[in-house]
Design a protein around this ligand. Structure first.
Ligand SMILES: Cc1ncc(COP(=O)(O)O)c(C=O)c1O
Length: 404
């Protein structure tokens, strides 16, 4: 954000002109959309709408061109060697399910192991759990400490010849922990173990370089990247994607069809059956343009500072306990308040126009680890301000007074 303050940036997000008093602190759930993305989507539907890969007429050819241009843009932005490594999905969840079913399952034997961490979102847990159940394999969990940091010594010990896959989140959506994924990829590869990184919480705020990391798969969602819902990306190494069978069948993913036999298009098309979320892809392209014009260093510094200020102010409140205090953490702050249920707290905050998340955040095993039913989570983005953090801290104190 060259020279742009969060308040100036806010003006690019129409939601805040409709809700001027809103402190939107639920950015880990979804980011608000800038004007350029909204206008780009509207322009597509108003002036450019047609189905892709099918029509000979101009409108369809142009829509196809734009759709494939975005694939090249995503590849470049992620540091991928080729756009053929970029699969359009409906989101992080769909990308992980595709890898679990199409890449892992055929390779998995009874007695094999799949490694995930103790802090995974259900989207990066259940697909692996189901694959293990089907194949008689074991899902093994890399433990973490009370601060919410992975036990790297234990992780090293767990990397045996039985492990067929490692799937780990870059940033925990509940704890805010930033995991040392590059080191984990390196260690896993020394044992020949392929790695999927769940980038749902990191893609918008981190420079990702899939080739430098040498990661096998990287999944993220457009809506956590200032883009539309219902669109996501699965990056996969070309050799892996080539070896994978499709899991959805239908139009646009075939080479040749007879009643007896079907042959499939090469990747990525073979994983994109049916009419995909074309407008979503176009919107994602505008979202990446938006991110690329921001000063990434300034964005990271701003988020780090918001996270620090939030922790500093909330720490002062008696009876408040953080859930996750990793040394390396992002602008996601989870906490519990003595004698106040997270839902009550979030309801009170909502009455003051402060939007936070309350509950298990799709990480029930994390809640079990801390022995709590849920937590309250404030998560920040580029348009948030220190003033909003002050408001949050003041109102949390008010709620606490009310309940005591
Ligand atoms: C770490 C993490 N992984 C996966 C997901 C699932 O993303 P989606 O619902 O967009 O598929 C989320 C969503 O909150 C997340 O935070």
């Amino acid at each position: 954000m060259p020279g742009l303050s969060p308040l100036e940036l806010r003006q690019q997000f129409p939601i805040f002109s409709h809700h001027p008093g809103l402190a939107y602190l639920d950015n880990a759930a979804t980011l608000q959309k800038p004007r350029s993305v909204i206008d780009g989507l509207t322009a597509f539907y108003e002036r450019e709408n047609a189905n892709i890969h099918r029509g000979i007429y101009n409108l369809s050819a142009q829509a196809t061109q734009k759709y494939e241009q975005v694939r090249r843009k995503v590849a470049e932005w992620l540091g991928a060697a080729s756009p053929h490594s970029i699969v359009y999905t409906s989101g992080t969840t769909a990308g992980i399910n595709l890898v679990a079913q199409s890449f892992l399952e055929p390779r998995l034997q009874p007695g094999d192991e799949v490694l995930i961490s103790a802090m995974e979102h259900h989207a990066n847990l259940i697909p692996w759990q189901m694959a293990c159940k089907k194949k008689g394999a074991r899902l093994c969990i890399i433990p973490m400490n009370r601060a919410g940091e992975l036990d790297m010594a234990r992780f090293r010990e767990m990397l045996s010849g039985r492990v067929k896959m490692l799937a780990v989140t870059h940033i925990s959506n509940t704890l805010g922990t930033i995991n040392p994924v590059e080191e984990m990829i390196h260690l896993a590869h020394q044992k020949g173990i392929p790695v999927l990184v769940d980038g749902a919480q990191s893609a918008a705020h981190f420079a990702i370089d899939v080739q430098a990391w040498d990661v096998d798969f990287f999944a993220f969602s457009g809506h956590k990247l200032f883009g539309p819902t219902g669109i996501g990306i699965l990056y996969g190494k070309k050799a892996h994607l080539k070896a994978m069978e499709p899991i959805n069948y239908g139009g646009d993913m075939i080479r040749n069809v007879t009643f007896e036999e079907t042959t499939f298009a090469p990747p990525p098309q073979r994983f994109e059956a049916g009419t995909t979320h074309i407008a979503g892809v176009i919107g994602l392209g505008y979202a990446i343009d938006f991110i690329r014009q921001l000063d990434q260093k300034a964005v990271r510094a701003h988020l780090k500072e918001l996270g620090r200020q939030a922790r500093e102010q909330l720490r002062e409140i008696p009876g408040l306990r953080f859930i996750g205090e990793a040394k390396e953490s992002s602008a996601i702050v989870s906490f519990v308040l003595d004698q106040v249920h997270p839902h009550d707290l979030a309801t009170f905050l909502s009455a003051e126009d402060i939007a936070v998340r309350a509950g298990h955040h799709c990480t029930q095993p994390v809640m079990d680890f801390y022995g709590i039913p849920g937590s309250t989570r404030a998560s920040f983005a580029i348009y948030n301000t220190p003033e909003e953090i002050n408001r949050l801290a003041v109102q949390v104190r008010e709620v606490q007074k009310f309940f005591s």
